[in-house]
Design a protein around this ligand. Structure first.
Ligand code: NAD
Ligand code: TDX
Length: 338
C-alpha cells in the first residue's frame, strides 16, 4: 500500500505519520511538505532517518512537480493536510491561503485523478460552517458559512474535492474536525502558545471576553478517525470529527487549566482586543462517523491536556527554537495593536 501524506511536517500531519507507521507498519509512507514556517522536519526526522518514511520537500501548488511525483509513485491513498492553517495570519494576509489551500488542493486532485490514485482523504475543518450560538452542533449538511479568509479557503477546497467526486466518480472524502491539541503543535495556536508563554513567564493574550468556545480533540484520536475514513469511509461523503462533550470549553477555562497544570499565577492572563469576526462557538455532531465507522474520541480533555503540557515541558528545545526565529515578526504584528 503506497500512501502519501501532504503537510506531513506540520502538527497533525506529523502525528498522522507517526500513527500510520505504528498502526500500519507495512504501508510505504511518503511524507510531503514544503517546510514553510509551520513545517518542521524534526517532527518526523526519526522516521525519515530510520527509513520507515520517505520525505519529499515539494510545493503542492507546483503542478508539474506534483504531476511528476504521482506519475512515479502511483499512490493507493492520499491524506491531504498541507495548508496555511492559522486564522490570525489569514486576517493579516489572505493570499497564501487561497494559493495553498485552494489551488494546492486542485493541483493534487488533478494529479490524483489523472494517475488513478485509489483514495483521497481531504482534511478540513468545522470552521467552514461558521459560528454557533450557545446550543446545537454542526451536522455534515449544515450550510457552509465561513467567516475568516482561512475558513473560506478551506470551504472552497472542500467543494472542489466534492465536485471531483461528482464529476469524475473520484474516490474522495472530506473530514471536518474540531480544534486539535497535542504534541508538535506550532506555538502560534492557543494551547501551545499559552503553555509556552506561561513557561517563559510571559503574558497570555486572551482575545475578547475569553468566552469563545472550542471543542478540543486530542490529535491521536483525530488520526484514528482519519484512518477509519480512509479505509471504510464512503466516496463523496463528509465526516465530522469532534472532541468529547466535556472537552467543549470556553478559552478562559482552558487557560485556567493550563496555568493550574504549570503552577503559574492567574495574573499572567491579559485580556486583549478581540479577533475580527471571532466565531463564538464550534461543536460538531459526530453521529455519522460513530454509526458508520465506529469512531468515538477516547482521550478525556484533562488527561490529554496534562500529557500535552508535560510534552512541552520535556521538549523545550523544540519550541524554543521556533519562538526565537522568524515567528517573532508575526507575533509582533499580530499582537501589536491589541
Ligand atoms: P500546520 O500549519 O501545523 O501544518 C501545515 C503543513 O503544511 C506545514 O508543515 C507546512 O509546511 C505545509 N505546507 C504549507 N504550504 C504547503 C505547500 N504549498 N506545499 C506543501 N506543504 C505545505 O497545520 P495543522 O494544524 O497540522 O493542520 C493540518 C490540516 O488540518 C490543515 O489542512 C488544517 O486546515 C486542518 N485542520 C487543523 C485543525 C487544528 O486544530 N490544527 C483543525 C481542523 C482542521
Ligand atoms: O493568542 C490567542 N488568544 C486567543 O484568545 C490565540 C492565538 C487564540 N485565541 C482564541 C481564539 C479562538 O477562540 O483561542 C481560540 C483558539 O484559537 P486558535 O488556536 O487560533 O484556533 P482556531 O482559530 O479555533 O482554529 C484552529 O482550529 C480549527 C486551527 O488553527 C484551524 O486550523 C482549524 O481549522
Amino acid at each position: 500500500m503506497k500512501v502519501l501524506v501532504t503537510g506531513a511536517a506540520g502538527f497533525i500531519g506529523s502525528n498522522l505519520v507517526h500513527y500510520l507507521t505504528k498502526e500500519r507498519p507495512s504501508w510505504k509512507v511518503t511524507a510531503l511538505d514544503l517546510l514553510t514556517y509551520a513545517g518542521n522536519l524534526k517532527n518526523i526526522s526519526s522516521l525519515v532517518e530510520s527509513g520507515q518514511v520517505r520525505f519529499e520537500r515539494l510545493d503542492i501548488t507546483d503542478d508539474k512537480v506534483i504531476d511528476g511525483l504521482f506519475e512515479r509513485e502511483k499512490y493507493d491513498l492520499v491524506f491531504h493536510l498541507a495548508a496555511e492553517s492559522h486564522v490570525d495570519r489569514s486576517i493579516l494576509s489572505a493570499r497564501e491561503f487561497v494559493s495553498t489551500n485552494v489551488t494546492g488542493t486542485q493541483v493534487l486532485l488533478d494529479a490524483a485523478y489523472k494517475h488513478k490514485t485509489g483514495r483521497f482523504v481531504h482534511i478540513s475543518t468545522d470552521e467552514v460552517y461558521g459560528s454557533l450560538g450557545p446550543t446545537g452542533a454542526f451536522v455534515e449538511t449544515t450550510p457552509l458559512d465561513p467567516t475568516s479568509p482561512y475558513a473560506a479557503s478551506k470551504a472552497a477546497s472542500d467543494l472542489m474535492v466534492l465536485a471531483f467526486c461528482k464529476t469524475h466518480k473520484f474516490n474522495g472524502s472530506v473530514t471536518r474536525c474540531t480544534n486539535n491539541y497535542g504534541f508538535y503543535h506550532f506555538p502560534e495556536k492557543l494551547i501551545p502558545l499559552f503553555i509556552t508563554n506561561a513557561m517563559e513567564g510571559k503574558k497570555l493574550p486572551l482575545y475578547g471576553d475569553g468566552m469563545n468556545v472550542r471543542s478540543w480533540l486530542f490529535v491521536t484520536d483525530h488520526c484514528d478517525a482519519l484512518l477509519r475514513v480512509a479505509e471504510k469511509g464512503r466516496a463523496g461523503e463528509v465526516y465530522n470529527i469532534g472532541g468529547n462533550s466535556e472537552a467543549e470549553l470556553p478559552n478562559k477555562e482552558v487557560t485556567r487549566m493550563i496555568l493550574e497544570l504549570l503552577g503559574k499565577p492567574a495574573d499572567l492572563v491579559q485580556q486583549v482586543g478581540d479577533r475580527p469576526a471571532h466565531d463564538r462557538r464550534y461543536a460538531v455532531d459526530t453521529t455519522k462517523i460513530k454509526d458508520e465507522l465506529g469512531w468515538t474520541p477516547k482521550t478525556p480533555f484533562n488527561e490529554g491536556l496534562a500529557r500535552t503540557v508535560a510534552w512541552y515541558q520535556e521538549n523545550r528545545e523544540w519550541w524554543g527554537e521556533i519562538k526565537s526565529g522568524a515567528y517573532l515578526s508575526f507575533y509582533e504584528k499580530n499582537y501589536a495593536n491589541r
